[in-house]
Design a protein around this ligand. Structure first.
Ligand code: IPE
Ligand code: IPE
Ligand code: MG
Length: 257
C-alpha cells in the first residue's frame, strides 16, 4: 500500500472516538516464515518485532491509552522446547533494544500473566524495563506473557476466595467490580477493539472476561510480521463504523447519542 493511501486511512480516523484499549492476538509468525521460504519458525518471530514497533508507534501517535499484545499463551509452553527457548531469548533482547524508544515516546510497560513461570533472565529484563518506564505518561503497553484468560480468572478467584475465607469480603458481595479488581488487568479499561492477524476466528484463551464487549477485527490474509500502521488504522476505521449496542436496541443507542 502506498504512502498516499495509508495517509488517507489515517485521516479518516475520528480522534474523538478512539478505542481506549486495543488488544492484539499477534498470530501467523510461523506461517509467515514458511511462506518466505524459511525452514525455522523463529524467523517469523524475529520479523514480528517490526510489526510490534509499528503498532506501538501507531497507537502512541493516535493517543490510544492502552495496548495489550498477546505474546505468549499458557498453551504456548506446549510448543517444541527449542521454539519456546528462542521466544524467551527474543523477548529479553527485544525489551532491551526497545527500551530507549519506550523512554523517548513516554511508553509505560506492564506485563500480565504467570510471570513467575518465565525464565529468570526474562523476568529480570522485564522487571527492569517496567521499573524504568513506570513514570512515563504516554501509552501503556501491556505484554501478555504466559497469559491465558483461564489463568487470569483462576488467580483472581483464588485471591477472592482467600479474602472471603479471611472474612474481608462477604461471599455475596463478590460482584463484577470485585472480579475486575482482582484480574491482572485491574485498573485498565476493557479492550474496545480486539485485532487478530492470521485468519483464525477464535479467542485462543485470551482475555475471556475482559473481551466481553470488544469489537473483533480479523485480518484474513495478513500474517503478523507484515502488520503495519496502516493495518492498525484500517481496523480502527472499521471499529468506528460499528454500532456498539451493549444489549440495547439500535433505536435506544441512536436516541442516547
Ligand atoms: C504467533 O504466531 C506467535 C506466538 C504464538 C508466540 P505463531 O507462532 O502461532 O504462528 P502460526 O500461527 O503457527 O503461523
Ligand atoms: C495465540 O496464538 C497466542 C498468541 C498469539 C500468543 P496461537 O497460535 O497460540 O493460537 P492457536 O493455538 O492457533 O489457537
Ligand atoms: Mg498461531
Amino acid at each position: 500500500m502506498n504512502v498516499v493511501v495509508s495517509q488517507n486511512v489515517k485521516d479518516s480516523i475520528d480522534v474523538n472516538n478512539l478505542p481506549a484499549h486495543v488488544a492484539v492476538i499477534m498470530d501467523g509468525n510461523g506461517r509467515w516464515a514458511k511462506q518466505q521460504g524459511f525452514k525455522d519458525r523463529i524467523f517469523g518471530h524475529r520479523h514480528a518485532i517490526a510489526a510490534v514497533r509499528e503498532t506501538i508507534e501507531g497507537c502512541g501517535e493516535l493517543g490510544i491509552k492502552y495496548l495489550t499484545l498477546y505474546a505468549f499463551s499458557t498453551e504456548n509452553w506446549n510448543r517444541p522446547a527449542a521454539e519456546v527457548k528462542a521466544l524467551m531469548s527474543l523477548l529479553v533482547s527485544a525489551i532491551h533494544d526497545e527500551l530507549p524508544g519506550m523512554m523517548k515516546n513516554q511508553i509505560r510497560l506492564k506485563a500480565i500473566g504467570d510471570l513467575a513461570s518465565l525464565p529468570k533472565s526474562s523476568q529480570k529484563e522485564l522487571q527492569s524495563a517496567m521499573d524504568q518506564t513506570a513514570a512515563n505518561k504516554g501509552l501503556t503497553l501491556v505484554l501478555a506473557l504466559s497469559y491465558s484468560g483461564k489463568w487470569d480468572l483462576t488467580q483472581a478467584t483464588q485471591k477472592i476466595a482467600q479474602k472471603v475465607a479471611a472474612g474481608e469480603i462477604a461471599a455475596l458481595d463478590v460482584d463484577a467490580n470485585v472480579i475486575n479488581a482482582h484480574l491482572s488487568t485491574a485498573g485498565m479499561p476493557d479492550p474496545d477493539l480486539m485485532i487478530r492477524t492470521g485468519g483464525d476466528h477464535r479467542i485462543s484463551n485470551f482475555m475471556l472476561w475482559q473481551l466481553a464487549y470488544a469489537e473483533l477485527y480479523i485480518f484474513e490474509e495478513l500474517f503478523w510480521p507484515d502488520f503495519r500502521k496502516v493495518n492498525l488504522h484500517q481496523a480502527i476505521v472499521d471499529f468506528q463504523m460499528r454500532e456498539r449496542r451493549f444489549g440495547k436496541t439500535s433505536e435506544q443507542v441512536k436516541r442516547e447519542g
